[in-house]
Design a protein around this ligand. Structure first.
Ligand code: GLA
Length: 385
């Protein structure tokens, strides 16, 4: 991660644009506790927002011009005409904020230009949803600047459509909903079919627990094409089974359904159905026994991603197995996979030893040391000033 500029962003905004921002809006990154690759199957997810967020310092403009700058790319201002935005027309980091503005305009909202300076402490390329955070920060900024009156779920859908149709990544809705709608001290149980949400209290510190985030610092090239192929495989399986989505396949019907599918789709379907089950199992465990009981479910979720869904990689597999051997209650990769981050649930007293063991194992392989964070369930997108 590039260090942020020493000049405070509001002062940098004034230097760049010649006037003060009207306000500051923040949208966080996320980790998903359980429910991986279920969102584009209309299934269940259970993310928490991270303390790390993207902040947008912004002022409305009357002339239809969108000016974008980022503290991570000092000196660069990307100037765009809102009316002329089109998919494929903007590349690099500016594509994400431009995508959101394009999507709002496409949806018929009466919006115009803005001056925006983005500042972020969400690690990029770490599977922690830095792009969804960026999209959501711009979505709430525009919602307020142009008084659009959109609710969190509507803004999340705008951000998802921006990523699907403008950036070109066929992601589900989890990351954008997590960034928009998570709450401090809670996990968000989300039904991705109708976006109904339940807030589940998650007092990790109070239970003497720490949720480590171990960023493996690898992002394999196959990520984009592989994600789209997995999604297409799930949709094909649902169609072959005559179901609207794999969410509609009950666990009891799984064995019979697997018998009807071509061999290459069997592990995909098994993962999605068992993973939805693990989300519900997590909810029951949390209610009955508290967060310390979640370890085995997390580790079972990782095994399913590794053996059935095949979105893990040597780095995430090693981080999980070493974490568990070193005393973590459970661990799994989080997010899309093919690298990115692993979460490890540990007793707080064991957290340092687990982080150290994983670091040493990486160094012994000749890999870069993972970046280690402690995830605290934090607030979703909000206006800060
Ligand atoms: C990425 C996508 C999400 C979700 C996860 C896997 O983070 O953006 O929509 O599919 O992968 O659970």
């Amino acid at each position: 991660m590039t260090p942020t500029s020493p000049t405070p962003p509001s002062a940098a905004f004034e230097e760049l644009y010649g006037h003060a921002p009207e306000g500051v809006w923040a949208a966080p990154g996320r980790v998903n506790l359980i429910g991986e690759h279920t969102d584009y199957n209309d299934g269940f997810v259970l993310p928490i927002a991270l303390p790390q967020a993207v902040r947008a310092y912004a002022r409305r403009r009357a002339d239809g011009v969108l000016r974008l700058a980022s503290t991570r790319v000092p000196g660069e201002v990307v100037e765009l005409d809102v009316a002329g935005l089109a998919p494929g027309g903007v590349s690099g980091w500016a594509a994400y904020p431009a995508a959101v503005v394009w999507t709002l305009r496409e949806a018929g909202h009466g919006i115009g230009g803005a001056d925006i300076l983005l500042d972020s402490d969400v690690p990029g390329g770490a599977g922690l949803s830095s792009s969804a955070a960026l999209e959501c920060a711009v979505a709430i900024t525009y919602n307020d600047l142009y008084e659009l009156g959109l609710e969190a779920a509507e803004l999340a859908k705008v951000a998802q459509r921006a990523e699907n149709d403008f950036v070109g990544v066929p992601c589900g809705i989890m990351d954008q909903m997590a960034s928009m709608a998570c709450g401090a001290g809670t996990a968000l149980h989300l039904d991705t079919r109708d976006l109904s949400a339940r807030y589940v209290p998650l007092d990790l510190a109070g239970a003497g627990l720490t949720l480590l985030v171990l960023d493996t610092r690898v992002q394999h090239d196959l990520a984009d094409g592989a994600y789209a192929a997995l999604r297409a495989g799930c949709e094909r399986a649902a169609a072959l089974l005559g179901l609207p989505a794999l969410r509609d396949l009950a666990a009891d019907d799984l064995p019979a359904a697997l018998d009807r599918l071509p061999a290459e789709l069997v592990p995909l379907v098994r993962h999605v159905v068992t993973e939805n089950g693990r989300v519900e199992q997590t909810m029951r465990e949390l209610a009955q026994h508290g967060p310390a009981s979640l370890g085995p479910i997390l580790t079972a979720g990782h095994a399913s991603l590794r053996d059935d869904y095949r979105t893990s990689c040597p780095e995430t597999d090693l981080a999980v197995s070493v974490a568990v051997t070193a005393g973590a209650l459970g661990a799994r990769m989080t997010g899309g996979g093919f690298g990115g981050s692993v979460i490890a649930l540990t007793r707080t007293a064991d957290a340092d030893a687990v982080a150290k063991a994983v670091t040493e194992a990486f160094l012994a392989e000749g890999w870069a040391a993972p970046h280690v964070y402690r995830a605290v369930p934090s607030a979703g997108a909000r206006r800060e000033s």
